[in-house]
Design a protein around this ligand. Structure first.
Ligand code: ADP
Length: 599
C-alpha cells in the first residue's frame, strides 16, 4: 500500500487507477496472508491472537492515513466534502488507536482488553462516522422530497431498531451482572453503536445517495456494513459463549478496514475530477432505495407474525413493543403515501396547466401562420396587380413615342399633337395609379391614434368634401341622426366615407331621382351603411370590386383603387365590409367599425 501513497502520483492522469489497483492488491494480499496464518495456527489460539493484534492496528493505521490523504485532496474541491472526509479520517484514527491500546493491553501487559481504556476511542469511531455522513453535501430537494426522505429514513430506522434490539441489544442487557456499571454500560454501548452506524447508512441512502455518493463513499459505506456484520457476529457468538478469538470469522473486521483505506485511495484519485452536477443527468437506474421502506415493513410484519406463533422462543422483545414498532412503520408509510398523493396531484395539475398553455400557444401559432399565409398571398396578388396595371400605360407611352417619331419625320403636326396628348394622359394615369398604390400601402403604417368620434361628424365631414360632386349630380342625401360614437382614426374614417359617397354619386347612371342614404342598423352588431339607388353591381362582381384597380367598366373614370382603399381602412380598424346589390337596383355598402367603449 506504501506505493499507493506515493505523493508524486497524486492527480497524475495515467497513474490514476494504478494506485487503486495496487492498494486493492495489497489489501487482498493482507487478507490472504492472514487467512493462511490463521489456518496454519489453527490449534494455537495464543499465537493467532498475537498475529491479529499486530495486523489489525497496522491495517487500520494505513486506512486512517489513506482517509487523511483523501480529506486533504478534497480540501480545494468542496468545503463540506472536505470536512466530512476529515471526520471519516479522525474516526478511523480513533479506531486504530483503540486497536493499538487493545494490543498493548493484550500482548504487552497481558491484561483483559475488554472492558478497557480502548473502548473510549473505539466507541467514538461510530459517532464520528455518523457525523461525517450527515455532513456530506446534500443535493437540493423540494419540501415534498425532503419529507418523503425523512419518513423513509424513519421507517427503515424503526425496522433497524427492532432488529438490533431483538437480537443484539436486549440479549446483551439480559447478560449484564450488577457488579460493574461501567462495564455494563460499555457492553450495551457496542450494539447501540452498531445501530448508530446502521442509521448513518440509512441516512446516506435516503439523502439521494446517487447524487453525493460517488464510488469512494460507496466503498466507505461497504466498509461500515462489514463492520456491523463483524460486530454482530462477534456479539451473537459471545452471547452464546461460542466465540473463539482470531479465527477466519474475524476477517470481516479486516475487510472493513481495507475497504475504508480503499475508499480513501479512490477519493484521492477522483478529487481532481469535477463532480457532475446532479441536475444534468438524472440516474433512473438508482431506484432501489424507494422500495427499501416497504421491504422493511413486510419483514417487520412477518417478524411480528412469527413471534406470535413462536411464543415458546425467548425473543428478548415484548410482543406489544414489536407490534408498536410495526404500527409506527405502517403509520409513517401511510403519511408518506398521503404526501406522495398530494405531490402527484400537484405535479399532475402543473403538467396539465403546462399542457393547456402549450396547446393554446400552438393554436395561436397556427392562427398566426394562417394569417401570415393569407397576407403573403394577398401581397403577391397586390404586386402582380400593381406591376400589371402600371405596365399598360407604359406600353401605351412607348407605342406612341414610336408614332411620334414617325409623325415628326413626316411632319404630320396634327398627329404629333394627338400623340403627345395620349402620352401625357398615360403618364397622368400612371401617376394616379402610383399615388393610389402609395395611399393603400400607407394605411396600415400611418395611422393616427384612434379617438372617440360621433359617426355623424365623420359623415358630415365627408359630405363637405364631396359636396361639389353631389351638387353637380343633383343627389339628395339623407343621414340618420341617432348614430353611435366610434373609436377610429378620424382622418381615415372620413377618407373611407368620401370614397363610398363619391362612388354612389358616380355610379348613379341615368337615375332621375338620385338619392344616397347613410345610416346604421343595430342588430346585435352595429352595422353602418351607404346606400344609393344607382346602377348597382352584378352579384358575380361583388368580391372583385374590392380588388385593387378592378373596375366593372373600364370606360368609367377612376383607377379602381377606391374600394380597395376603403376595405383596407375598415380592416385595419378590425372591421368587415361587404355589399348588397343587384344590377339596376342600387347598391348598399355595409361595414363595421369599433365603437367607443363609453357608449
Ligand atoms: P373606381 O370607382 O375608381 O372605379 P372603386 O374601387 O371605387 O374604383 O370601385 C370599383 C368598381 O366597383 C367601380 O369601377 C364600379 O364599377 C363599381 N362600383 C363601386 N361603387 C359602386 C356603386 N355605388 N354602384 C355601382 N357600382 C359601383
Amino acid at each position: 500500500m506504501k506505493q499507493g501513497y506515493d505523493g508524486s502520483e497524486e492527480g497524475g492522469g495515467p497513474h490514476r487507477s494504478l494506485n487503486f489497483r495496487r492498494a486493492l492488491m495489497l489489501g487482498a494480499a493482507i487478507l490472504i496472508v492472514r487467512s493462511i496464518i490463521v489456518l496454519y495456527l489453527e490449534d494455537q489460539e495464543q499465537q493467532r491472537v498475537i498475529v491479529d493484534d499486530i495486523i489489525f492496528p497496522v491495517v487500520n493505521g494505513l486506512a486512517a492515513l489513506s482517509l487523511f490523504r483523501a480529506a486533504r485532496a478534497t480540501r480545494s474541491q468542496d468545503e463540506r466534502m472536505y470536512i466530512a472526509w476529515a471526520f471519516f479520517a479522525v474516526a478511523q484514527v480513533l479506531y486504530a488507536l483503540g486497536d493499538v491500546l487493545w494490543s498493548i493491553l493484550e500482548i504487552g501487559l497481558k491484561e483483559t482488553p475488554f472492558p478497557s481504556i480502548a473502548d473510549g476511542p473505539y466507541l467514538s469511531y461510530y459517532l464520528l462516522f455518523l457525523i461525517g455522513i450527515l455532513l456530506l453535501p446534500a443535493p437540493y430537494q423540494s419540501t415534498f422530497e425532503r419529507l418523503k426522505s425523512l419518513l423513509d429514513t424513519g421507517v427503515v430506522t424503526i425496522f433497524a431498531i427492532l432488529i438490533f434490539w431483538s437480537f443484539l441489544i436486549a440479549p446483551t442487557v439480559a447478560t449484564l451482572e450488577e457488579s460493574d456499571p461501567l462495564a455494563n454500560a460499555i457492553a450495551v454501548a457496542y450494539p447501540v453503536a452498531d445501530l448508530v452506524l446502521a442509521f448513518a447508512l440509512i441516512a446516506l441512502i435516503f439523502r439521494k445517495i446517487e447524487h453525493i455518493a460517488q464510488r469512494p463513499i460507496m466503498l466507505l459505506a461497504a466498509g461500515a456494513i462489514f463492520l456491523i456484520v463483524a460486530d454482530s457476529i462477534f456479539m451473537i457468538k459471545a452471547l452464546r459463549g461460542v466465540y473463539v478469538p482470531a479465527t477466519l470469522g474475524d476477517s470481516f473486521w479486516l475487510i472493513s478496514y481495507i475497504l475504508a483505506g480503499l475508499a480513501g485511495v479512490l477519493q484521492v484519485e477522483s478529487a481532481g475530477v469535477p463532480v457532475r452536477a446532479s441536475a444534468d443527468r438524472p440516474s433512473p437506474g438508482f431506484t432501489w432505495p424507494l422500495y427499501l421502506p416497504y421491504v422493511c415493513a413486510i419483514f417487520a410484519y412477518a417478524f411480528l407474525i412469527w413471534s406470535m406463533e413462536h411464543e415458546d422462543v425467548n425473543l428478548y422483545i415484548r410482543q406489544h413493543h414489536l407490534a408498536a414498532g410495526v404500527g409506527m412503520i405502517i403509520l409513517l408509510i401511510v403519511i408518506r403515501q398521503v404526501i406522495a398523493i398530494k405531490e402527484n396531484t400537484m405535479l399532475y395539475a402543473a403538467a396539465q396547466h403546462e399542457l393547456h398553455q402549450r396547446i393554446a400557444s400552438e393554436r395561436e401559432k397556427e392562427h398566426l401562420i394562417k394569417e401570415l399565409e393569407a397576407r403573403t398571398s394577398e401581397m403577391e396578388r397586390f404586386i402582380y396587380t400593381v406591376s400589371h396595371d402600371l405596365r399598360s400605360p407604359l406600353i401605351t407611352v412607348s407605342g406612341f413615342l414610336g408614332f411620334l417619331r414617325d409623325d415628326i419625320e413626316k411632319g404630320a403636326w396634327d398627329k404629333v399633337r394627338k400623340d403627345l396628348d395620349i402620352i401625357e394622359s398615360s403618364i397622368t394615369k400612371m401617376d394616379r395609379l402610383l399615388q393610389d398604390t402609395l395611399e393603400l400601402s400607407r394605411i396600415g403604417r400611418m395611422m393616427n391614434p384612434p379617438e372617440d368620434v360621433p359617426f355623424y361628424d365623420i359623415v358630415r365631414e365627408a359630405l363637405e368634401q364631396t359636396s361639389e360632386r353631389i351638387r353637380s349630380r343633383g343627389v339628395s342625401v339623407s343621414v340618420a341622426e341617432d348614430m353611435p360614437v366610434v373609436h377610429v382614426d378620424r382622418m381615415r374614417a372620413v377618407e373611407a366615407l368620401v370614397n363610398l359617397i363619391e362612388n354612389s354619386a358616380k355610379y348613379m347612371g341615368d337615375q332621375s331621382d338620385p338619392r344616397i342614404e347613410i345610416g346604421c342598423m343595430r342588430d346585435g352588431e352595429t352595422v353602418f351603411y351607404v346606400r344609393d339607388n344607382g346602377i348597382g353591381i352584378d352579384p358575380k362582381n361583388h368580391q372583385r370590386i374590392f380588388e385593387l384597380f378592378y373596375k366593372v367598366d373600364n370606360r368609367t373614370e377612376g383607377t379602381g383603387a377606391g374600394l380597395a382603399i376603403v376595405k383596407r381602412i375598415i380592416e385595419v380598424h378590425g372591421g368587415r365590409i361587404w355589399i348588397e346589390s343587384e344590377l339596376g337596383k342600387g347598391c348598399t355598402v355595409f361595414f363595421t367599425l369599433p365603437l367607443s367603449e363609453k357608449t
